[in-house]
Ligand binder design. Sequence first.
Ligand code: NAD
Length: 480
Amino acid sequence: MSLPTSVPNELFVDGVWGPGSDGSFEVLNPSDGSVITSVPRAGLDDLDRALAAAAAAGPGWAGAAPRDRAEVLRTTFDLMVSRKEEIAYLMSLEMGKSLTDALGEVAYAAEFFRWFSEEAVRVDGALRTAPSGANRILTFKKPVGVALLLTPWNFPAAMATRKLAPALAAGCTVVLKPAEDTPLTSLLLASLLREAGTPDGVVNVLTTDVPGPLVQAALADERVRKLSFTGSTGVGRVLLKQAADRIVNASMELGGNDPFIVLDDADLDAAVEGAMLAKMRNGGQACTAANRFLVQESVVEEFAAKLAAKMGALRVGAGTDRDTELGPMVSARAVTGIAEKVDRSVAAGARAVLGGSTPDGPGFFYPATVLVDVPRDSAVAVEEVFGPVAPIISVRDEDDALAIANASEMGLTGYVYSGDLARGLRVCERLEVGMIGLNRGLVSDPAAPFGGVKQSGLGREGGYEGIEEYLETTYVATSW
Ligand code: NAD
């Protein structure tokens, strides 16, 4: 599979494409392990150039008319839509997801530019009267400043646009550092933003496969005023500590251990359809992926049989093949991690009724796997699996389901299936998560606030809330 010629493979700094100061690294196609291309490994010199460019472009971009910023975002939306096939192909190539998943992601990712083009012109302040009546309280909002955006590999386009669009709408300039497994999609996005008229220095993209020193240096640099990170809770914890030294404003979208609760009055076919979306979209490599199925004991057998039948019927193949429904995992390391958690759980008493063992290469594949009789404290039940593995745990009633669901230190997404809306809502109110699908297997929506509670994150992306992460409030006390 070759790389479309329209995809840049250089750093993007101050509106110019160029090499990095620290060599380069290879980008692999997970469908067969072959090398797609190499991209630069940005060094500290490149970081300095990118921060200088972003800082210099800051006042101009912040001072631009909101309508002008909005138009750039709207044009980027149009460009993404018109080039959706090419962006989807690139994501399937470098990440391995099926073309269907990739096209869905392009639509979702592009929508952040449209949504935040609409929000850019609605950033408002307020005028209040002090309770004493002595003075007025006037508030207005300003962009935080240069934002460092760090993204994971699982949604190469959407995780970037979910940060780029609100940051740019708010008037921030940015340095984006994509994940080492999938740097190409971010470079292509930068070229679209440039084509849409983003001034030089407003968007900069640095690629590296050694992110630690670069990010640490960025967080120590006084020009960086904002960190927006999406990735694992472990790395998020490290970055929050680094951000603490300079009190850098931080937004965190972290890992999950998402429960999928099926109560005995649920429409089981609808629950299985929802489970296929919640579990198998992106090959299970989503922070919103259902990680453990908590199914009431009277329906657990039927649910497991139906889910295994659907998961077992998925066509496996290279991400870029038109009829693939389940592509490879992103890397050999990812496959090893999934297999290790499944093996530990099976040793602890879980039983695989589908899949459960790693196939031979080429490519980084792991099969659709359904585990039953899963011990409540086994690896697949308490750790984020991030693959096509559905562990099913039998629960007595809704209290039992909630006790297991809420025992996790994570709190990103939950799913609840019940035929009784009042019962379903009652469970939703008690679930300790940031987002819930009630009789629905998909929660992501650019117009909705996305984010987690507990150790799944801080802040929200998308919705009305998303732009606030890039704004600060100034207050003037006055009287007249
Ligand atoms: P990761 O934490 O390994 O990497 C995320 C980003 O951090 C990448 O850009 C990586 O290069 C960078 N990074 C890694 N180590 C670093 C370090 N020491 N210092 C600075 N930067 C570093 O996560 P991943 O494997 O790319 O993504 C999977 C994880 O992301 C899962 O836990 C998933 O749940 C989570 N995720 C969360 C959301 C959300 O919105 N909450 C969305 C997608 C993925």
